[in-house]
Design a protein around this ligand. Structure first.
Ligand SMILES: Cc1cc2nc3c(=O)[nH]c(=O)nc-3n(C[C@H](O)[C@H](O)[C@H](O)COP(=O)(O)O)c2cc1C
Length: 247
């Protein structure tokens, strides 16, 4: 993997470039850019994507072609052209945000008629297998301070990558995500490691275990205190906004 690679990032946040997920993703992409990767960030929430209507047309009538004509054609073209992928998302009710879920369901157009039963699980195979070895990382943020918040979304994202034949190259999980904005110094080490991980990923397609561990190092030592801080922050912002409306 020596030539300049194309890196596609998908950020499932509905807050577009201003959210907590974007803060972490930006660090990773800074590293990737330093290593010379061309990159682009797609926000499903910004795109006109119709929900999958489960009509079966892409399976039974026009294999590989969806009845909807919208931004999904371009999303799939970008996905297929990319060498490296960052699948970034906040946790919404333990799962994927609706805009990302909608985009993912539309990827079913890439799956064909064949299934495999392997390692105790069903694998729905792509219609046309991916020709190249393509690597992906997952980056998730969650408001709650406990890492248990990521159980469902990690499983869903891993399955999506598997179905699309993207090889997993690492995961980055940021609980108590408001700390990314409120206490950047507390996370400085993790964000620095994340930036170096982006650089390694773009340069080699893989990320060493030490960098993965450093970027995922625990920073919440008192979950109850973090939750109290979250409540105080919400009440303060609510007050500020009320005063601004009344001014
Ligand atoms: C509709 C909604 C549902 C959420 N559900 C959860 C949840 O189940 N668990 C959790 O830890 N955080 C939850 N959160 C908080 C977000 O995961 C967290 O604030 C995240 O970092 C937001 O990322 P963003 O700013 O990039 O959108 C939820 C937020 C929203 C808006």
């Amino acid at each position: 993997m020596n030539e300049a690679r194309t890196l596609l990032a998908i950020n499932g946040s509905h807050r577009r470039g201003e959210g907590f997920t974007a803060r972490a993703l930006d660090a990773f992409l800074r590293g990737a850019a330093a290593a010379g990767a061309r990159h682009e960030v797609l926000y499903p929430a910004r795109l006109r994507i119709a929900p999958c209507s489960a009509c079966g047309k892409c399976l039974f009538e026009t294999p590989g072609a969806c009845r909807h004509d919208d931004a999904m054609g371009e999303v799939i073209a970008r996905l297929e052209a990319a060498d490296l992928l960052v699948l970034a998302s906040p946790v919404h009710f333990d799962g994927l945000p609706s805009a990302l879920q909608k985009m993912v369901e539309r990827l079913r157009v890439l799956l064909g008629a064949r299934f495999e039963y392997r390692d105790g699980r069903t694998h729905h195979l792509r219609r046309a297998p991916g020709a190249r070895r393509r690597r992906a990382v997952v980056l998730c943020t969650a408001g709650n301070p406990e890492r248990e918040s990521f159980v469902t979304i990690r499983r869903a994202l891993r399955r999506i990558l598997g179905a699309m034949e993207w090889e997993p190259a690492g995961e980055f999980l940021f609980p108590a995500s408001h700390l990314l904005a409120a206490e950047p110094d507390l996370l400085a080490g993790q964000l620095h490691a994340l930036e170096r991980a982006g650089e390694a990923f773009a340069a080699t397609g893989s990320i060493g275990p030490d960098l993965l561990a450093a970027a995922n190092r625990e920073y919440v030592d008192d979950p109850a205190a973090v939750l109290r801080q979250m409540t105080e922050t919400i009440l303060r912002i609510r007050d500020e906004r009320r005063r601004a409306r009344e001014a």
